[in-house]
Design a binder for this molecule. Structure first.
Ligand code: SF4
Length: 204
């Protein structure tokens, strides 16, 4: 495994933030199993988890007019470093005024052992949560959360609460990985939660 210190990297017109390689899930489809990287970086495996100072330093290589949106994503679950997300998001909002998105598995409350939704207010503009499957048992078979079957309900609860504090909340599944009938059930779940449903393109 090739390791480096890619903290920020570009994907299309956006700038992605890589804060950790740790994750509360072990998804059967995780890109990390077959690739060291995505976007323009050499590797997203980190030599160590970056500090606040290291993240802020990394922004010097990426002028704020060179990207549209800042996205917390990376090769791990960003909310494992939720306090750092808030600090970096605050810095970017104050200094660059950028739109900010959090891509997450939705297990942030379980990970942080507190409800974190309200703490995103004014910092995060979009939360994109991986729904993966409308069935709790199948969901757990796919994502293998260390929290077990409670992860599914926790993820939906996170989406419902996040809606109160974040302008855009999106639940997503990946095209071709579930049936049309399952996609319809996902759409119904999203309608009930009052959030957007998005079917993402499959990436091998
Ligand atoms: S939640 Fe994301 S980083 Fe974690 S195992 Fe699943 S796909 Fe990989």
């Amino acid at each position: 495994m090739n390791k480096g210190m890619t903290i920020l990297y570009r994907v299309h017109n956006n700038l992605y933030v890589n804060l950790t390689n740790r994750c509360s899930s072990a998804c059967v489809f995780c890109l990390r199993q077959n690739h060291d990287t995505v976007g323009d970086s050499d590797t997203l495996w980190l030599e160590h988890e970056p500090t606040y100072e290291e993240v802020i330093e990394a922004f010097k290589d990426f002028p704020s007019d060179s990207y549209d949106e800042l996205v917390f994503c990376g090769y791990g679950e960003p909310t494992i470093r939720f306090d750092l997300i808030k600090d970096v998001a605050g810095y970017v909002k104050k200094n660059f005024g950028k739109k900010i998105r959090l891509n997450t598995n939705g297990q942030g409350n379980l990970i942080n052992e507190r409800n974190i939704e309200a703490e995103m207010e004014g910092l995060i503009d979009t939360v994109s949560i991986s729904l993966n499957n409308p069935d709790p048992v199948k969901y757990q078979e796919l994502v293998k959360s260390r929290f077990g079957v409670q992860a599914f309900d926790a993820m939906l609860s996170f989406a419902r609460e996040a809606k109160k504090y974040v302008p855009n909340v999106v639940l997503s599944t990946v095209a071709t990985t579930i049936t049309k009938e399952e996609e319809e059930r996902c759409a119904a779940i999203c309608e009930e939660l009052g959030v957007t449903y998005r079917i993402r393109a499959y990436e091998s």
